[in-house]
Design a protein around this ligand. Structure first.
Ligand SMILES: Nc1ncnc2c1ncn2[C@@H]1O[C@H](COP(=O)(O)OP(=O)(O)O)[C@@H](O)[C@H]1O
Ligand SMILES: [Mg+2]
Length: 228
């Protein structure tokens, strides 16, 4: 199958242009995408901003996704370029988490559960002309909303502590602003942070250096939370 220009790469997938409207999202290690597609279609039907889902062409790998082509920077790129500040990014991430968690669960019968993205961070939000769109639903699950908030906060804290990452102070400012935004709905509790840390510890996509930042990251989230 013909793949066009490489538009972006994350830890698990490469995204290629197919034409002006569609991209091919191809896992480097093929994974089952059935659940990922089902969650995207489900939250999209509630009006949550996700890329539209297309039909794979003949010859596509069973795990290839065809998705609406989005143009615009990721939130991470906009932050690094200075076109978005920490306060704006924090408000946007908090709003996306809040709106996602207002959707009833798709599968779970526990009324406390909701759909969780579990990797809602600036690299996975694209800022298009028509508003932000959330990409990368490979880790989506259902459970308590606090776990999603803790995963986002822990990822930012881990990045802020990573000696190889150039903008640690800016990420720390974003973390502080995000925790202030999320305070009303409970922020990131120690219980949820502990669960989030265990998940990230087990992730095959983190380097040993990044895993080494996790313990300090929990403390940093707690230290950056608004005083009660
Ligand atoms: N629908 C899309 N249209 C255009 N670019 C995209 C689209 N989805 C993702 N990208 C780009 O590809 C990158 C990697 O995609 P992502 O789904 O986050 O994969 P990974 O799981 O590897 O992080 C994103 O950070 C973004 O730059
Ligand atoms: Mg990604």
């Amino acid at each position: 199958m013909h793949t066009g220009q490489l538009l972006g790469s994350g830890r698990t997938a490469d995204v290629y242009a197919l034409d002006g409207s569609w991209v091919l999202r191809r896992y480097r290690d093929p994974a089952d995408t059935t659940r990922e597609l089902a969650v995207m279609a489900y939250v999209g039907a509630f009006g949550f901003p996700v890329p539209r889902i297309g039909t794979p062409a003949e010859g596509a790998r069973p795990t290839d996704l065809v998705l609406q082509r989005l143009s615009g920077p990721t939130m991470a790129e906009a932050l690094l370029a200075g076109s978005l500040d920490a306060a704006g990014a924090a408000a946007l991430l908090a709003r996306l988490l809040r709106e996602l968690h207002a959707i009833p669960p798709r599968v779970s019968t526990d009324p406390e559960d909701c759909v969780l993205h579990l990797d809602l961070r600036p690299e996975n939000v694209m800022l298009t002309d028509r508003g932000p769109v959330v990409a990368d639903w490979s880790t989506a699950a259902e459970g308590p909303p606090g776990l999603d908030r803790a995963m986002s906060a822990l990822t930012l804290a881990r990045t802020a502590l990573d000696p190889e990452f150039p903008a640690g102070a800016e990420v720390r400012a974003l973390l502080r602003a995000l925790l202030a935004e999320l305070d009303e709905e409970g922020g990131a509790s120690l219980t949820d942070l502990t669960l989030a840390r265990t998940r990230q510890q087990k992730s095959p996509y983190l380097s040993a250096r990044e895993r080494g930042c996790l313990r300090g990251a929990v403390d940093l989230v707690i230290g950056c939370a608004p005083r009660r």
